[in-house]
Design a protein around this ligand. Structure first.
Ligand code: ADP
Length: 785
């Protein structure tokens, strides 16, 4: 294509532009600040308003020389000038044609250049196919550029749609898109129309490529940000909706609170993750939802459990002994066993010793011993009663899906203990077994098993809690109903009941001072004579332990305190004489022994979970048809042992002096009073037999003899359990002579000397020996009378 340009020489004032390039056909305003430029502008206004605008190569230069600006620029017409405050001028210019500096003819006070103006008449242009094609290309380029660059409005496409002049098209497009200064200059310097389109195409392609890459990076970044942003945005929206619905957004503070607490506590990662998830769930749950309560309960439990709290265990045998002695009277053997247990722990804390099980009747100090163990090891103490625990959920908790679910009692107790290494007392482990043998026992096994309890999982928490640092101690009234698997794990320490003397000492040294203190009574304000205490023991309580004794003493203290306050007394003295004024009439007769030797009544000794008891067996016979009736809530074993007694008597009727045919023409009624209390076991065997023989042979039984022993069909007496408790009970009742099975001889070692002195013990091998000591011999009666 031939060159369409008309080249005309002109002398024009010149302004170096900073940071912008101006193309022909472009209308634009910019500010002129530099004095030199202002003067150039003024010069132009004085002539024909034409000016040559050349871009400065380095926009930062304040005072450019002739070499500091490009020598190809645009000749523009100044259309408007506006003086701005501060001396600079805003000008509106319209680009006309390209201008090429031939020579700078003046440098001061402004640049004056001799330039060639390149102009052409667009109507005269003949477009080659190449130009047509190049024009289309740059239009497509522009479309693409606009689609990728949101800063350029798509309206530009309308503006250029009817431009026929290829040179103008290139210039207009160049003025709309954002190009680097060098690129702008390249387009300005392309005088040839085709070349100009080609340069533009090339530049645009480069730009488009860059924009694409930028876009890709952006998308990638945005994807990541988007997710976070989206959640944030949705949460904000949810908050807004909740606010609209009138629900306070008061959860956010709580959530921060939970997060702060959770981050501080050292706990297994699994648990922390789970809790964090719940916090997250809480943030998404509308505050009025019932679910909030459930989540809150859960989180409260998690943050309040002693995951990382423990006391430092101190093992000091000497101190342990002091503590045990200070809190408990007597119990010499028990204390020794406990000190041994502690000593073993000191030797090796890694060995998991057996679990202590303190067995004995209520009120003998099992709980208080466990407390002393805790304080001598510097551990916290917590107690959980297993009495009446029916189902596994009580131990292990309910799953959270369950309405009103809560953690089980183990976890609750641990929370109460406040540390992860307390002494943990399972009270009445035998009652658990009695009520239910299934799951609670096996859950308990897991808890007690050092192999398994590191990851004890409560259903509610649904996360493991380490119980391995807990020192478990159990108590029971009897070992007989503890499931064997549990009993296996335990080291049993038996605590039997106290004698009257021991109770007196315990009352004087421990219970009374304790109760006085609790009731705010000073030592000088109340005294209680030994006789009065003995009376409380004998007439107001009937127990192996000292629990009711303590309760009665508390009652006395209460009354005494009242008397002191109401009647303005200085001191209250309690003795046998005025005791009933404080406690009412005695509930129990100390001496329950019958006044006379009776026919058909024999004193037995029973051992129950609450200690020893005396029990009398009554038998009456009447004309009848050989029926036998047993009443008094007797268990199967007891009934069978009565039957064995009857068979023995039938077989030995003649020798025993009973009617040969009693089993045919007599009815027998055996009754064991206090009929409402269930009784069972074989140990009343000889007592029933003696009562039967007495009734059938019409021979009285000594009123102050008591007996215990199992009987065989052949009349042998077999050993029974609970001898010590039984003997203590017999002593309480005022019995003088006790018949016990020969094979129980070794049990007598445990009997306090004071009791041995007051009672006679007879070891019996068979029923004949029992008869000898129990039945009043013929003629005896007469002699006594
Ligand atoms: P248990 O747990 O065996 O039912 P507790 O430990 O509750 O019995 O004891 C009941 C009360 O009797 C407690 O106040 C306890 O301190 C007191 N006690 C029991 N035995 C003794 C003892 N040998 N010396 C001093 N106080 C005792």
């Amino acid at each position: 294509m031939e060159n369409p340009y008309v080249i005309e020489d002109k002398v024009l004032p010149l302004i170096p532009l900073r940071g912008i390039s101006i193309f022909p056909h472009m209308v634009i305003h910019f500010d002129v600040g530099r004095e030199k430029s202002v003067q150039a502008l003024e010069k132009s206004m004085m002539d024909d308003s034409l000016i040559l605008l050349c871009t400065q190569i380095n926009p930062k230069l304040e005072e450019p020389t002739t070499d500091d600006f490009y020598h190809v620029g645009t000749i523009a017409k100044v259309k408007q000038m506006l003086k701005l405050p501060g001396g600079s001028i805003r000008v509106l210019v319209e680009g006309l044609n390209r201008g090429k500096v031939k020579k700078v003819v003046q440098r001061e006070p402004y640049f004056l250049a001799e330039a060639e103006e390149y102009s052409y008449n667009p109507d005269e242009i003949k477009k080659s196919q190449d130009i047509e094609a190049a024009m289309r290309l740059v239009i497509v380029d522009l479309e693409e550029y606009i689609s990728l660059n949101s800063k350029v409005s798509s309206e530009v496409l309308f503006t250029i749609s009817d431009i026929e002049d290829p040179g103008r098209l290139a210039d207009v497009i160049a003025s709309y898109v954002f190009l680097k200064q060098e690129d702008d200059q390249r387009i300005l310097e392309a005088f040839d129309l085709y070349e100009r389109l080609e340069v533009l195409h090339q530049i645009l392609q480069e730009e488009i490529e860059l924009l694409r890459i930028e876009d890709k990076i952006n998308q990638r970044v945005r994807k990541q940000i988007n997710k976070i942003q989206k959640e944030y945005y949705l949460k904000e929206q949810l908050k807004a909706i909740q606010k609209e619905l009138g629900e306070d957004d008061d959860l956010s503070g709580e959530i921060e609170d939970y997060e702060a607490k959770l981050s501080k506590i050292k706990m297994p990662k699994e648990v922390k993750d789970k809790a964090m998830k719940e916090v997250e769930r809480l943030s998404r749950t509308p505050s009025h939802s019932a679910e909030v309560g459930v989540i809150r309960t859960y989180l409260d439990w998690i943050v309040e459990l002693p995951w990382d709290k423990e006391t430092r265990e101190k093992i000091d045998i000497k101190k342990a002994r002091e503590i045990l002695d200070a809190d408990h009277y007597g119990l010499k053997d028990v204390k020794e066993r406990i000190l041994e247990f502690i000593a073993i722990r000191k030797l090796s804390t890694s060995i998991k010793g057996p679990i202590l099980c303190l067995v004995g009747p209520p009120g003998v100090g099992k709980t208080s011993i466990a407390k002393s163990i805790a304080s001598s090891l510097n551990r916290n103490f917590v107690r959980m009663s297993l009495g009446g625990v029916r189902d596994e959920a009580e131990i292990r908790g309910h799953r959270r899906t369950y309405v009103g679910a809560m953690p089980g009692r183990i976890i609750s107790s641990i929370k109460k203990a406040g540390t992860k290494n307390p002494v943990f007392l399972f009270d009445e482990i035998d009652k658990l077994a009695n009520d239910f043998r299934g799951d609670p026992a096996s859950a308990l096994l897991e808890v007690l098993d050092p192999e398994q309890n590191t990851t004890f999982t409560d259903h509610f928490l649904d996360a493991p809690f380490d119980l391995s640092k807990v020192l478990f101690i159990t108590t029971a009234n009897t070992t007989s109903s503890i499931p064997p698997a549990l009993l296996d794990r335990m080291e049993v320490i038996r605590i039997s009941g106290y004698t009257e003397e021991e109770k007196l000492e315990i009352a004087k040294r421990y219970l009374l001072p304790k109760q006085m203190k609790e009731h705010g009574l000073k030592e000088t304000q109340m005294t209680m004579s030994d006789g009065a205490i003995r009376d409380v023991i004998n007439y107001y309580t009937r127990e192996a332990g000292v629990r009711n004794l303590e309760r009665n003493l508390a009652g006395i203290c209460r009354k005494a305190a009242k008397t002191i306050v109401e009647k303005n007394k200085k001191i209250v003295r309690i003795n046998s004489g005025n005791l009933s004024g404080y406690l009412g009439a005695g509930r129990y007769r100390y001496d329950t022994v019958e006044e006379k030797d009776q026919i058909g009544v024999a004193n037995g000794l029973a051992w129950t979970a609450v200690g020893g008891e005396t029990l009398s067996v009554e038998v009456t016979t009447m004309q009848g048809t050989g029926k036998t009736q047993l009443t008094g809530k007797l268990g199967e074993v007891m009934k069978e042992s009565a039957m064995a007694g009857i068979s023995f008597i039938r077989a030995n009727a003649e020798r025993l002096n009973v009617p040969m045919d009693f089993h045919k023409d007599m009815d027998i009624h055996i009754h064991v009073p206090e009929g409402a209390i269930p009784k069972d076991g074989p140990s009343a065997g000889i007592t029933i037999a003696i009562a039967l023989i007495s009734a059938l042979s019409n021979t009285p039984v000594y009123k102050d003899v008591a007996m215990t022993g199992e009987i065989t069909l052949r009349g042998r007496v077999l050993p029974v359990g609970g001898i010590k408790e039984k003997l203590l009970a017999a002593h309480r009742m005022g019995i003088k002579k006790v018949l016990i099975p020969f094979e129980n001889e070794k049990d007598l070692e445990e009997i306090p000397d004071k009791i041995k002195k007051k009672m006679e013990f007879v070891l019996v091998k068979n029923l004949d020996e029992v008869l000898l000591h129990a039945l009043v011999a013929k003629g005896d009666d007469d002699e006594n009378k």
